[in-house]
Design a protein around this ligand. Structure first.
Ligand SMILES: [Zn+2]
Length: 255
């Protein structure tokens, strides 16, 4: 009898942009040997190496087929230059990069071009975005297929274009709020996922109190990420993701 693969999840980082305690928020997903990152903060190879050791999964540039980028704030995207250079020059591969078209529109011209395009050797041509990454975009209208994963996205309320995600593999779906202010319609959109990862933080992020007031069945399948250093996971009524711990996304009994 053959068994179907497990939908594996390792939170590589659970902190916010100001954290000196955690790596910033980033996920590794794996199904049937296809590895994927959701966001890519610096120093991503050290982050992956430590998560490999703690989770027992093989997490490195060569086992990541695609990076799904939610938005361009540095705590979610500052590892792109390093992973792109490493893949191109050291691993001899081109890593996939997938994002909503409004996010992708700025990745090269306003983020990576200044440091990745120039070359010291005047004989060589400048590098292009597609030298480093195998690009694909998604829209909010239709699901995208990446290996065994089916991905849907929705814009969130944030300072720069940002997408929440619903990612399905096998018979289970993971929902991820990405960075957002409190948005009941986003939570409603995420609510049919089997496991929901939701950010919480201060200022324009989602206050913990608003999530703590959600119905118990929703809180039960919700996990928190992007929490401040002084947030106490032990006192939270919603379970906090632990950095470097392996999880399996399974169909929930109640949708
Ligand atoms: Zn952000």
């Amino acid at each position: 009898m053959t068994t179907s693969p497990s939908f594996r999840l390792v939170p590589l980082g659970v902190g916010d942009a100001f954290s000196d305690r955690y790596y910033s928020s980033c996920l590794f997903l794996e199904y049937g040997g296809y590895g994927m990152l959701v966001d890519c903060p610096h120093p991503i190879r050290k982050i992956m190496k430590e998560a490999s050791a703690s989770s027992g999964l093989d997490i490195r540039v060569e086992t990541v087929s695609t990076i799904v980028l939610t938005h361009l704030h540095a705590d979610h995207s500052s590892g792109l230059e390093g992973i792109g250079f490493f893949a191109y020059y050291a691993a001899g591969c081109r890593i996939g990069l997938h994002a909503h078209e409004t996010v992708m529109a700025h990745v090269w011209d306003q983020h990576l071009c200044g440091t990745m395009a120039p070359l010291c050797d005047p004989v060589e041509r400048q590098r292009k975005f597609t030298d480093f990454f195998d690009l694909s975009t998604m829209t909010t209208g239709a699901p995208a297929e990446l290996g065994p994963f089916e991905i849907r996205c929705r814009m969130t309320h944030h300072h720069v274009p940002t997408t929440a995600l619903k990612i399905r593999a096998g018979n289970a779906t993971l929902g991820y709020s990405a960075d957002t202010s409190f948005d009941p319609s986003l939570i409603e959109w995420l609510s049919d996922a089997d496991l929901i990862i939701h950010e919480t933080n201060v200022a324009t992020h989602t206050p913990y109190a608003r999530l703590a007031a959600l119905p118990a069945p929703l809180r039960k399948k919700m996990r928190l990420i992007h929490y401040p250093d002084d947030f106490d996971p032990a006192s939270s009524c919603i379970e906090c993701l632990e950095q470097g711990r392996p999880y399996v996304v399974t169909p929930s009994a109640a949708r």
